[in-house]
Write a protein that binds this ligand. Structure first.
Ligand SMILES: *[C@@H]1O[C@H](CO)[C@@H](O)[C@H](O)[C@H]1NC(C)=O
Ligand SMILES: *[C@@H]1O[C@H](CO)[C@@H](O)[C@H](O)[C@H]1NC(C)=O
Ligand SMILES: *[C@@H]1O[C@H](CO)[C@@H](O)[C@H](O)[C@H]1NC(C)=O
Ligand SMILES: *[C@@H]1O[C@H](CO)[C@@H](O)[C@H](O)[C@H]1NC(C)=O
Length: 508
Protein backbone atom coordinates (compact mmCIF):
# COMPACT_ATOMS: atom_id res chain seq x y z
CA UNK A 1 0.00 0.00 0.00
CA UNK A 2 2.73 2.36 0.98
CA UNK A 3 4.57 1.42 -2.12
CA UNK A 4 1.54 2.02 -4.26
CA UNK A 5 0.94 5.39 -2.73
CA UNK A 6 4.49 6.43 -3.38
CA UNK A 7 4.26 5.28 -6.93
CA UNK A 8 1.20 7.45 -7.52
CA UNK A 9 3.06 10.34 -6.01
CA UNK A 10 6.03 9.80 -8.26
CA UNK A 11 3.78 9.54 -11.25
CA UNK A 12 2.34 12.90 -10.43
CA UNK A 13 5.78 14.40 -10.19
CA UNK A 14 6.19 13.14 -13.69
CA UNK A 15 3.84 15.72 -15.11
CA UNK A 16 5.77 18.50 -13.42
CA UNK A 17 7.65 20.43 -15.98
CA UNK A 18 10.96 21.77 -15.04
CA UNK A 19 12.32 25.17 -15.75
CA UNK A 20 15.70 26.37 -16.48
CA UNK A 21 17.61 29.56 -16.55
CA UNK A 22 16.72 32.40 -18.79
CA UNK A 23 20.22 33.70 -18.29
CA UNK A 24 21.88 30.83 -20.08
CA UNK A 25 20.82 32.04 -23.51
CA UNK A 26 23.82 32.79 -25.61
CA UNK A 27 22.08 34.31 -28.50
CA UNK A 28 18.91 36.25 -28.18
CA UNK A 29 17.27 35.05 -31.35
CA UNK A 30 17.56 31.50 -30.08
CA UNK A 31 15.98 32.52 -26.82
CA UNK A 32 13.23 34.64 -28.25
CA UNK A 33 12.13 31.91 -30.56
CA UNK A 34 10.04 30.50 -27.76
CA UNK A 35 8.05 32.99 -25.79
CA UNK A 36 7.29 30.33 -23.20
CA UNK A 37 9.64 29.84 -20.29
CA UNK A 38 12.23 27.24 -20.88
CA UNK A 39 10.37 24.17 -19.92
CA UNK A 40 12.29 21.09 -19.33
CA UNK A 41 9.54 18.56 -19.21
CA UNK A 42 10.86 15.43 -17.83
CA UNK A 43 8.90 12.32 -17.29
CA UNK A 44 9.91 10.34 -14.31
CA UNK A 45 8.63 7.19 -15.86
CA UNK A 46 11.05 7.93 -18.63
CA UNK A 47 13.93 6.91 -16.39
CA UNK A 48 11.98 3.92 -15.23
CA UNK A 49 10.94 3.02 -18.71
CA UNK A 50 14.31 3.50 -20.29
CA UNK A 51 15.83 1.06 -17.87
CA UNK A 52 13.07 -1.33 -18.82
CA UNK A 53 13.89 -0.80 -22.47
CA UNK A 54 17.49 -1.63 -21.83
CA UNK A 55 16.48 -4.89 -20.28
CA UNK A 56 13.74 -5.68 -22.72
CA UNK A 57 15.76 -6.84 -25.73
CA UNK A 58 17.33 -9.55 -23.64
CA UNK A 59 13.98 -10.75 -22.45
CA UNK A 60 11.70 -10.11 -25.39
CA UNK A 61 12.67 -10.95 -28.91
CA UNK A 62 11.53 -8.44 -31.53
CA UNK A 63 9.28 -10.57 -33.74
CA UNK A 64 6.34 -8.22 -33.32
CA UNK A 65 8.31 -5.17 -34.36
CA UNK A 66 7.27 -3.81 -37.74
CA UNK A 67 10.95 -3.55 -38.52
CA UNK A 68 11.41 -7.26 -38.55
CA UNK A 69 8.70 -7.48 -41.18
CA UNK A 70 10.38 -4.94 -43.38
CA UNK A 71 13.84 -6.29 -42.86
CA UNK A 72 13.99 -10.00 -42.40
CA UNK A 73 17.14 -10.80 -40.51
CA UNK A 74 19.95 -12.83 -41.91
CA UNK A 75 21.08 -10.24 -44.43
CA UNK A 76 24.53 -10.83 -45.82
CA UNK A 77 25.81 -7.54 -44.42
CA UNK A 78 24.84 -8.18 -40.87
CA UNK A 79 27.37 -6.66 -38.54
CA UNK A 80 27.84 -7.69 -34.98
CA UNK A 81 29.83 -4.69 -33.86
CA UNK A 82 26.83 -2.48 -33.12
CA UNK A 83 25.01 -2.44 -29.85
CA UNK A 84 22.90 -5.54 -29.42
CA UNK A 85 19.84 -3.69 -28.25
CA UNK A 86 19.41 -1.67 -31.41
CA UNK A 87 16.93 -2.99 -33.94
CA UNK A 88 19.02 -1.22 -36.60
CA UNK A 89 22.30 -2.92 -35.78
CA UNK A 90 22.40 -4.24 -39.32
CA UNK A 91 21.11 -2.18 -42.21
CA UNK A 92 21.15 -3.54 -45.74
CA UNK A 93 22.58 -1.45 -48.52
CA UNK A 94 19.81 0.51 -50.20
CA UNK A 95 17.53 0.56 -47.18
CA UNK A 96 16.47 2.89 -44.37
CA UNK A 97 16.09 1.56 -40.85
CA UNK A 98 14.50 3.69 -38.13
CA UNK A 99 14.80 2.82 -34.49
CA UNK A 100 11.87 4.49 -32.75
CA UNK A 101 12.03 2.37 -29.62
CA UNK A 102 13.53 5.03 -27.36
CA UNK A 103 11.35 7.51 -25.55
CA UNK A 104 14.02 10.18 -25.93
CA UNK A 105 14.91 10.12 -29.61
CA UNK A 106 14.40 8.43 -32.96
CA UNK A 107 17.42 7.48 -35.03
CA UNK A 108 17.33 6.44 -38.69
CA UNK A 109 20.19 4.82 -40.55
CA UNK A 110 20.49 4.94 -44.34
CA UNK A 111 22.97 3.03 -46.44
CA UNK A 112 23.61 3.25 -50.14
CA UNK A 113 23.40 6.09 -52.64
CA UNK A 114 22.35 9.01 -50.38
CA UNK A 115 21.68 12.56 -51.62
CA UNK A 116 20.52 15.61 -49.74
CA UNK A 117 17.74 17.79 -51.14
CA UNK A 118 17.46 20.62 -48.67
CA UNK A 119 14.82 22.72 -50.44
CA UNK A 120 12.30 19.92 -49.86
CA UNK A 121 13.74 18.95 -46.46
CA UNK A 122 14.42 15.51 -47.90
CA UNK A 123 17.23 13.01 -48.07
CA UNK A 124 17.00 10.58 -50.95
CA UNK A 125 18.34 7.08 -51.06
CA UNK A 126 18.55 5.73 -54.60
CA UNK A 127 18.01 2.05 -54.59
CA UNK A 128 19.30 0.37 -57.70
CA UNK A 129 18.55 -3.09 -56.37
CA UNK A 130 15.52 -4.40 -58.30
CA UNK A 131 15.48 -1.27 -60.37
CA UNK A 132 13.30 -1.15 -63.42
CA UNK A 133 9.53 -1.05 -63.59
CA UNK A 134 7.33 -0.63 -60.54
CA UNK A 135 6.61 2.17 -58.15
CA UNK A 136 9.26 4.78 -57.60
CA UNK A 137 9.04 5.35 -53.88
CA UNK A 138 10.08 2.26 -51.98
CA UNK A 139 10.10 3.56 -48.45
CA UNK A 140 9.51 6.85 -46.68
CA UNK A 141 10.31 7.90 -43.11
CA UNK A 142 9.82 11.17 -41.30
CA UNK A 143 12.08 12.26 -38.47
CA UNK A 144 12.85 15.33 -36.35
CA UNK A 145 16.49 14.83 -35.39
CA UNK A 146 16.36 16.14 -31.81
CA UNK A 147 16.60 14.31 -28.49
CA UNK A 148 13.47 15.50 -26.67
CA UNK A 149 10.95 13.25 -28.35
CA UNK A 150 8.73 13.11 -25.27
CA UNK A 151 8.09 16.87 -25.41
CA UNK A 152 5.69 17.39 -28.33
CA UNK A 153 5.73 21.17 -27.93
CA UNK A 154 9.51 21.30 -28.28
CA UNK A 155 9.60 18.81 -31.12
CA UNK A 156 7.05 20.89 -33.03
CA UNK A 157 9.71 23.62 -33.32
CA UNK A 158 12.28 21.23 -34.87
CA UNK A 159 12.56 20.88 -38.65
CA UNK A 160 11.26 17.58 -39.97
CA UNK A 161 13.22 15.61 -42.53
CA UNK A 162 11.68 13.18 -44.97
CA UNK A 163 13.89 10.23 -45.84
CA UNK A 164 12.89 8.67 -49.12
CA UNK A 165 14.21 5.47 -50.61
CA UNK A 166 13.36 5.41 -54.29
CA UNK A 167 14.30 3.69 -57.49
CA UNK A 168 16.05 5.86 -60.01
CA UNK A 169 13.87 6.81 -62.94
CA UNK A 170 15.39 4.77 -65.72
CA UNK A 171 14.08 7.14 -68.40
CA UNK A 172 16.07 10.00 -66.94
CA UNK A 173 19.81 9.89 -67.15
CA UNK A 174 22.49 12.07 -65.73
CA UNK A 175 20.81 15.00 -64.04
CA UNK A 176 18.92 13.36 -61.22
CA UNK A 177 22.14 11.70 -60.21
CA UNK A 178 24.04 14.94 -60.05
CA UNK A 179 26.20 15.34 -56.94
CA UNK A 180 27.65 18.70 -56.04
CA UNK A 181 29.79 17.37 -53.20
CA UNK A 182 30.87 13.77 -52.71
CA UNK A 183 31.77 12.65 -49.21
CA UNK A 184 33.56 9.40 -48.62
CA UNK A 185 32.72 9.38 -44.91
CA UNK A 186 29.32 8.94 -43.21
CA UNK A 187 27.04 11.82 -42.27
CA UNK A 188 25.38 12.46 -38.93
CA UNK A 189 22.28 14.68 -39.20
CA UNK A 190 21.02 16.58 -36.14
CA UNK A 191 19.36 19.83 -35.14
CA UNK A 192 20.78 22.63 -33.02
CA UNK A 193 17.34 24.15 -32.57
CA UNK A 194 15.03 23.51 -29.63
CA UNK A 195 16.55 24.50 -26.32
CA UNK A 196 20.00 25.19 -27.71
CA UNK A 197 21.05 28.42 -25.99
CA UNK A 198 20.98 26.96 -22.49
CA UNK A 199 24.16 25.27 -21.34
CA UNK A 200 22.41 22.27 -19.76
CA UNK A 201 20.56 21.57 -22.99
CA UNK A 202 23.59 22.17 -25.15
CA UNK A 203 25.43 19.39 -23.34
CA UNK A 204 22.54 17.10 -22.49
CA UNK A 205 20.50 17.27 -25.70
CA UNK A 206 23.33 18.05 -28.10
CA UNK A 207 27.00 17.47 -27.42
CA UNK A 208 26.86 14.29 -25.36
CA UNK A 209 24.41 12.59 -27.77
CA UNK A 210 26.59 13.78 -30.64
CA UNK A 211 29.58 12.15 -28.96
CA UNK A 212 27.63 8.92 -28.34
CA UNK A 213 26.47 8.77 -31.94
CA UNK A 214 29.63 9.80 -33.74
CA UNK A 215 32.61 8.68 -31.66
CA UNK A 216 32.82 5.27 -33.35
CA UNK A 217 33.77 6.98 -36.63
CA UNK A 218 36.94 8.36 -35.09
CA UNK A 219 36.40 11.84 -36.60
CA UNK A 220 35.85 10.41 -40.09
CA UNK A 221 32.31 11.79 -40.15
CA UNK A 222 30.55 14.89 -41.47
CA UNK A 223 27.99 16.71 -39.31
CA UNK A 224 24.95 17.93 -41.21
CA UNK A 225 23.17 20.43 -39.00
CA UNK A 226 19.56 21.56 -39.18
CA UNK A 227 18.73 24.93 -37.63
CA UNK A 228 22.39 25.70 -37.83
CA UNK A 229 23.73 28.62 -35.77
CA UNK A 230 27.14 30.18 -36.36
CA UNK A 231 27.44 31.05 -32.68
CA UNK A 232 26.98 27.41 -31.72
CA UNK A 233 29.81 26.37 -34.03
CA UNK A 234 32.02 29.12 -32.60
CA UNK A 235 31.16 28.29 -29.00
CA UNK A 236 31.87 24.58 -29.37
CA UNK A 237 34.53 24.58 -32.06
CA UNK A 238 37.15 23.32 -29.56
CA UNK A 239 35.04 20.24 -28.89
CA UNK A 240 33.78 19.72 -32.45
CA UNK A 241 37.36 19.54 -33.67
CA UNK A 242 37.79 16.36 -31.66
CA UNK A 243 34.62 14.79 -33.01
CA UNK A 244 35.04 15.48 -36.71
CA UNK A 245 37.83 16.25 -39.18
CA UNK A 246 35.39 18.01 -41.50
CA UNK A 247 33.56 21.33 -41.72
CA UNK A 248 29.94 20.96 -40.59
CA UNK A 249 27.27 21.46 -43.23
CA UNK A 250 24.44 23.95 -42.73
CA UNK A 251 21.61 21.80 -44.07
CA UNK A 252 19.09 24.60 -44.57
CA UNK A 253 21.59 27.14 -45.84
CA UNK A 254 23.57 24.93 -48.20
CA UNK A 255 21.44 24.09 -51.22
CA UNK A 256 24.04 21.92 -52.92
CA UNK A 257 23.45 18.19 -53.27
CA UNK A 258 25.70 16.38 -50.82
CA UNK A 259 26.24 12.68 -51.43
CA UNK A 260 27.07 10.02 -48.86
CA UNK A 261 27.09 6.26 -48.70
CA UNK A 262 25.98 6.13 -45.07
CA UNK A 263 23.93 8.50 -42.93
CA UNK A 264 22.68 8.52 -39.36
CA UNK A 265 19.75 10.87 -38.91
CA UNK A 266 19.10 11.80 -35.27
CA UNK A 267 21.24 11.36 -32.19
CA UNK A 268 21.33 8.55 -29.67
CA UNK A 269 20.95 9.58 -26.06
CA UNK A 270 21.28 7.41 -22.98
CA UNK A 271 20.28 9.35 -19.89
CA UNK A 272 20.78 12.74 -18.25
CA UNK A 273 24.29 14.12 -18.91
CA UNK A 274 25.87 10.72 -19.24
CA UNK A 275 27.24 8.02 -21.51
CA UNK A 276 26.21 4.43 -20.79
CA UNK A 277 29.21 2.26 -21.58
CA UNK A 278 27.06 -0.83 -22.11
CA UNK A 279 25.34 0.90 -25.03
CA UNK A 280 28.40 2.44 -26.64
CA UNK A 281 30.75 0.99 -29.19
CA UNK A 282 34.08 0.52 -27.47
CA UNK A 283 32.58 0.74 -23.98
CA UNK A 284 32.98 4.52 -23.80
CA UNK A 285 31.91 6.38 -20.66
CA UNK A 286 31.23 9.96 -19.64
CA UNK A 287 34.90 10.14 -18.62
CA UNK A 288 35.85 9.61 -22.26
CA UNK A 289 33.58 12.50 -23.18
CA UNK A 290 35.29 14.59 -20.52
CA UNK A 291 38.68 13.67 -22.02
CA UNK A 292 37.47 15.28 -25.25
CA UNK A 293 36.72 18.48 -23.31
CA UNK A 294 40.20 18.37 -21.77
CA UNK A 295 41.87 17.91 -25.15
CA UNK A 296 39.61 20.51 -26.72
CA UNK A 297 40.24 23.26 -24.18
CA UNK A 298 43.94 22.55 -23.66
CA UNK A 299 45.38 24.71 -26.49
CA UNK A 300 43.32 27.72 -25.43
CA UNK A 301 44.24 27.28 -21.76
CA UNK A 302 47.92 26.98 -22.58
CA UNK A 303 47.60 30.14 -24.65
CA UNK A 304 46.06 31.95 -21.68
CA UNK A 305 48.87 30.77 -19.41
CA UNK A 306 51.51 32.02 -21.84
CA UNK A 307 49.76 35.39 -22.08
CA UNK A 308 49.72 35.69 -18.31
CA UNK A 309 53.37 34.78 -18.03
CA UNK A 310 54.18 37.33 -20.69
CA UNK A 311 52.27 40.05 -18.86
CA UNK A 312 54.02 39.21 -15.63
CA UNK A 313 57.44 39.35 -17.22
CA UNK A 314 56.55 42.72 -18.74
CA UNK A 315 55.99 43.95 -15.20
CA UNK A 316 59.42 42.59 -14.20
CA UNK A 317 57.79 40.36 -11.67
CA UNK A 318 59.50 37.11 -10.97
CA UNK A 319 57.56 34.28 -12.58
CA UNK A 320 56.01 32.06 -9.99
CA UNK A 321 55.37 28.41 -10.67
CA UNK A 322 51.95 28.28 -12.31
CA UNK A 323 50.34 25.67 -10.15
CA UNK A 324 51.67 24.69 -6.80
CA UNK A 325 51.06 21.01 -6.31
CA UNK A 326 50.91 21.40 -2.58
CA UNK A 327 48.96 24.64 -2.43
CA UNK A 328 45.67 24.92 -0.60
CA UNK A 329 42.76 22.87 -1.84
CA UNK A 330 40.73 24.96 -4.25
CA UNK A 331 37.01 25.54 -3.89
CA UNK A 332 34.94 27.13 -6.66
CA UNK A 333 31.55 28.68 -5.97
CA UNK A 334 29.33 28.82 -9.05
CA UNK A 335 27.47 31.98 -8.19
CA UNK A 336 24.03 33.21 -9.20
CA UNK A 337 22.34 36.46 -8.43
CA UNK A 338 18.59 36.96 -8.57
CA UNK A 339 16.61 33.80 -7.95
CA UNK A 340 18.45 30.95 -6.22
CA UNK A 341 21.30 33.20 -5.20
CA UNK A 342 23.15 32.52 -1.95
CA UNK A 343 22.30 35.59 0.13
CA UNK A 344 25.21 35.08 2.52
CA UNK A 345 27.75 34.17 -0.13
CA UNK A 346 30.40 36.50 1.35
CA UNK A 347 30.17 34.74 4.69
CA UNK A 348 30.44 31.41 2.90
CA UNK A 349 33.62 32.58 1.16
CA UNK A 350 35.12 33.70 4.49
CA UNK A 351 34.23 30.46 6.20
CA UNK A 352 35.65 28.30 3.41
CA UNK A 353 38.88 30.33 3.46
CA UNK A 354 39.17 29.86 7.21
CA UNK A 355 38.75 26.11 6.83
CA UNK A 356 41.78 26.24 4.53
CA UNK A 357 40.42 26.48 0.99
CA UNK A 358 41.58 28.88 -1.63
CA UNK A 359 38.20 30.17 -2.84
CA UNK A 360 37.21 31.39 -6.29
CA UNK A 361 33.76 32.73 -7.17
CA UNK A 362 32.77 32.09 -10.78
CA UNK A 363 29.70 33.74 -12.33
CA UNK A 364 28.98 32.04 -15.62
CA UNK A 365 27.43 34.56 -18.02
CA UNK A 366 25.93 34.16 -21.45
CA UNK A 367 29.18 35.21 -23.01
CA UNK A 368 31.58 33.39 -20.68
CA UNK A 369 34.24 31.47 -22.53
CA UNK A 370 33.87 27.81 -21.62
CA UNK A 371 37.63 27.20 -21.76
CA UNK A 372 38.08 29.69 -18.91
CA UNK A 373 35.43 28.02 -16.79
CA UNK A 374 36.98 24.66 -17.61
CA UNK A 375 40.36 25.93 -16.49
CA UNK A 376 38.95 27.02 -13.12
CA UNK A 377 37.07 23.82 -12.47
CA UNK A 378 39.65 21.37 -13.81
CA UNK A 379 42.12 22.83 -11.34
CA UNK A 380 39.77 22.76 -8.35
CA UNK A 381 38.96 20.19 -5.69
CA UNK A 382 35.45 21.25 -4.68
CA UNK A 383 32.61 22.91 -6.58
CA UNK A 384 29.66 24.46 -4.73
CA UNK A 385 26.54 25.84 -6.37
CA UNK A 386 22.78 26.17 -6.07
CA UNK A 387 20.70 23.88 -8.28
CA UNK A 388 20.25 25.30 -11.79
CA UNK A 389 21.52 24.93 -15.35
CA UNK A 390 24.99 26.16 -14.39
CA UNK A 391 25.45 22.92 -12.43
CA UNK A 392 26.10 21.36 -15.84
CA UNK A 393 29.65 22.58 -15.31
CA UNK A 394 30.20 19.65 -12.96
CA UNK A 395 31.31 17.99 -16.21
CA UNK A 396 34.44 20.16 -15.99
CA UNK A 397 35.45 18.74 -12.59
CA UNK A 398 38.07 16.00 -12.43
CA UNK A 399 36.73 12.58 -11.44
CA UNK A 400 37.44 12.10 -7.74
CA UNK A 401 36.74 15.70 -6.82
CA UNK A 402 33.79 16.96 -4.77
CA UNK A 403 30.55 18.53 -5.99
CA UNK A 404 28.23 20.07 -3.40
CA UNK A 405 24.85 21.00 -4.84
CA UNK A 406 22.71 23.25 -2.68
CA UNK A 407 19.15 22.03 -3.17
CA UNK A 408 16.45 24.69 -2.56
CA UNK A 409 13.00 23.66 -1.29
CA UNK A 410 10.91 21.85 -3.87
CA UNK A 411 13.78 20.98 -6.20
CA UNK A 412 15.05 17.72 -4.69
CA UNK A 413 13.93 15.42 -7.42
CA UNK A 414 15.21 17.61 -10.25
CA UNK A 415 18.51 18.30 -8.51
CA UNK A 416 19.21 14.60 -8.06
CA UNK A 417 18.00 13.53 -11.49
CA UNK A 418 19.66 16.18 -13.61
CA UNK A 419 22.91 16.71 -11.75
CA UNK A 420 23.40 14.53 -8.65
CA UNK A 421 23.11 11.14 -10.29
CA UNK A 422 25.03 12.12 -13.45
CA UNK A 423 27.83 13.60 -11.31
CA UNK A 424 28.25 10.30 -9.50
CA UNK A 425 28.51 8.53 -12.84
CA UNK A 426 31.41 10.83 -13.72
CA UNK A 427 33.12 9.65 -10.54
CA UNK A 428 32.61 12.82 -8.53
CA UNK A 429 32.03 12.66 -4.84
CA UNK A 430 28.56 14.17 -4.76
CA UNK A 431 26.92 15.86 -1.78
CA UNK A 432 23.34 17.08 -2.12
CA UNK A 433 22.74 19.74 0.51
CA UNK A 434 18.97 19.93 0.92
CA UNK A 435 18.19 23.20 2.64
CA UNK A 436 15.88 23.41 5.64
CA UNK A 437 12.83 25.70 5.47
CA UNK A 438 14.64 28.28 7.61
CA UNK A 439 17.42 28.51 4.99
CA UNK A 440 14.93 29.50 2.31
CA UNK A 441 13.86 33.08 1.59
CA UNK A 442 10.35 31.61 1.42
CA UNK A 443 10.50 31.18 5.20
CA UNK A 444 9.94 34.90 5.53
CA UNK A 445 6.92 34.83 3.24
CA UNK A 446 4.91 31.84 4.45
CA UNK A 447 3.59 30.60 7.78
CA UNK A 448 5.86 27.93 9.16
CA UNK A 449 3.17 25.25 8.71
CA UNK A 450 2.34 26.25 5.13
CA UNK A 451 2.65 23.36 2.64
CA UNK A 452 5.08 25.50 0.63
CA UNK A 453 7.60 25.05 3.45
CA UNK A 454 6.37 21.83 5.01
CA UNK A 455 5.44 19.70 2.00
CA UNK A 456 6.94 20.93 -1.29
CA UNK A 457 5.90 17.73 -3.07
CA UNK A 458 2.26 18.61 -2.60
CA UNK A 459 2.92 22.00 -4.17
CA UNK A 460 4.80 20.45 -7.08
CA UNK A 461 1.88 18.07 -7.57
CA UNK A 462 -0.39 21.04 -8.21
CA UNK A 463 1.40 21.73 -11.43
CA UNK A 464 4.37 23.13 -13.11
CA UNK A 465 3.33 26.80 -12.81
CA UNK A 466 3.51 26.45 -9.04
CA UNK A 467 6.96 24.87 -9.03
CA UNK A 468 8.25 27.58 -11.30
CA UNK A 469 6.60 30.52 -9.64
CA UNK A 470 7.29 29.53 -6.06
CA UNK A 471 10.44 27.45 -5.93
CA UNK A 472 12.45 28.38 -8.99
CA UNK A 473 11.80 32.03 -9.74
CA UNK A 474 11.38 33.45 -6.27
CA UNK A 475 13.51 31.46 -3.89
CA UNK A 476 16.87 32.52 -2.52
CA UNK A 477 19.03 30.68 -0.06
CA UNK A 478 20.57 31.84 3.21
CA UNK A 479 22.84 28.99 4.19
CA UNK A 480 22.92 27.84 7.79
CA UNK A 481 26.69 28.10 7.99
CA UNK A 482 27.03 25.86 11.03
CA UNK A 483 25.22 23.12 9.16
CA UNK A 484 26.94 23.76 5.84
CA UNK A 485 30.37 23.94 7.46
CA UNK A 486 30.27 20.19 8.20
CA UNK A 487 30.12 19.43 4.47
CA UNK A 488 32.99 21.76 3.74
CA UNK A 489 35.15 20.31 6.49
CA UNK A 490 34.40 16.80 5.25
CA UNK A 491 35.34 17.86 1.74
CA UNK A 492 38.53 19.45 2.99
CA UNK A 493 39.58 16.34 4.90
CA UNK A 494 38.69 14.15 1.93
CA UNK A 495 40.78 16.31 -0.41
CA UNK A 496 43.82 16.37 1.88
CA UNK A 497 43.61 12.62 2.40
CA UNK A 498 43.41 12.03 -1.33
CA UNK A 499 46.46 14.23 -1.88
CA UNK A 500 48.43 12.35 0.74
CA UNK A 501 47.51 9.05 -0.82
CA UNK A 502 48.61 10.34 -4.22
CA UNK A 503 51.88 11.57 -2.76
CA UNK A 504 52.53 8.24 -1.11
CA UNK A 505 51.90 6.44 -4.38
CA UNK A 506 54.25 8.85 -6.09
CA UNK A 507 57.05 8.51 -3.58
CA UNK A 508 56.99 4.72 -3.70
C1 LIG B 1 25.44 0.10 -52.12
O1 LIG B 1 24.57 0.53 -53.12
C2 LIG B 1 25.11 1.53 -53.98
C3 LIG B 1 24.05 1.97 -54.96
O2 LIG B 1 22.83 1.43 -54.68
C4 LIG B 1 26.33 1.00 -54.69
O3 LIG B 1 26.89 1.98 -55.50
C5 LIG B 1 27.34 0.54 -53.65
O4 LIG B 1 28.45 -0.04 -54.28
C6 LIG B 1 26.71 -0.44 -52.70
N1 LIG B 1 27.65 -0.70 -51.62
C7 LIG B 1 27.89 -1.94 -51.19
C8 LIG B 1 28.87 -2.06 -50.06
O5 LIG B 1 27.35 -2.91 -51.64
C1 LIG C 1 10.60 9.40 -65.27
O1 LIG C 1 11.07 10.54 -65.95
C2 LIG C 1 10.29 10.88 -67.08
C3 LIG C 1 10.98 12.02 -67.82
O2 LIG C 1 11.27 13.08 -66.95
C4 LIG C 1 8.89 11.25 -66.63
O3 LIG C 1 8.07 11.58 -67.71
C5 LIG C 1 8.30 10.09 -65.84
O4 LIG C 1 7.04 10.45 -65.33
C6 LIG C 1 9.21 9.67 -64.71
N1 LIG C 1 8.68 8.47 -64.09
C7 LIG C 1 8.36 8.43 -62.82
C8 LIG C 1 7.84 7.13 -62.31
O5 LIG C 1 8.51 9.40 -62.04
C1 LIG D 1 43.34 19.35 -16.08
O1 LIG D 1 43.96 18.91 -14.90
C2 LIG D 1 44.80 17.79 -15.07
C3 LIG D 1 45.28 17.33 -13.70
O2 LIG D 1 45.76 18.39 -12.95
C4 LIG D 1 45.96 18.17 -15.97
O3 LIG D 1 46.80 17.07 -16.18
C5 LIG D 1 45.38 18.63 -17.31
O4 LIG D 1 46.41 19.07 -18.16
C6 LIG D 1 44.40 19.77 -17.09
N1 LIG D 1 43.77 20.09 -18.34
C7 LIG D 1 43.91 21.26 -18.97
C8 LIG D 1 43.22 21.41 -20.26
O5 LIG D 1 44.55 22.17 -18.52
C1 LIG E 1 23.52 40.27 -11.46
O1 LIG E 1 24.67 41.04 -11.24
C2 LIG E 1 25.03 41.86 -12.32
C3 LIG E 1 26.35 42.55 -12.02
O2 LIG E 1 26.74 42.39 -10.71
C4 LIG E 1 23.92 42.86 -12.58
O3 LIG E 1 24.26 43.68 -13.67
C5 LIG E 1 22.65 42.10 -12.87
O4 LIG E 1 21.59 42.99 -13.04
C6 LIG E 1 22.33 41.14 -11.75
N1 LIG E 1 21.20 40.33 -12.13
C7 LIG E 1 20.18 40.12 -11.31
C8 LIG E 1 19.12 39.24 -11.83
O5 LIG E 1 20.11 40.61 -10.20
Amino acid sequence: MVHHHRYIQLRKVVTVAYVDEEDACVNMSACNKRSKPKLLFFLLFCTLLSSCLLLAPNVLPFPTSPLSLLYPSGGAEETLSDSKSSPCSSVLNGTICCDRSSIRSDVCIMKGDIRTHSSSFSVFLYNSINSGAGEQKVQQEKIRPYTRKWEPSTMATIDELTLIAKKPNSSVTGDQHKCDVYHDVPAVFFSTGGYTGNVYHEFNDGLIPLYITSQKYNKKVVFVILEYHDWWITKYTNILKHLTDFEPIDYNGDKRTHCFSEAIVGLKIHDELTVDSSLTEGGKTIKDFRDILDKGYRPRIQGLILEEEHEKSQLHNPIKPIRQQHGKPKLVIISRNGSRAIMNENLLVNMASKIGFSVTVVKPQRTSELAKIYRELNSSDVMVGVHGAAMTHFLFMKPGSVFIQVVPLGTNWAAETYYGEPAKKLGLRYIGYEILPRESSLYEEYESNDPVLRDPNSVNDRGWEFTKKIYLDRQKVRLNLVRFRKRLVRSYIYTMRKRNENNMVRSQ
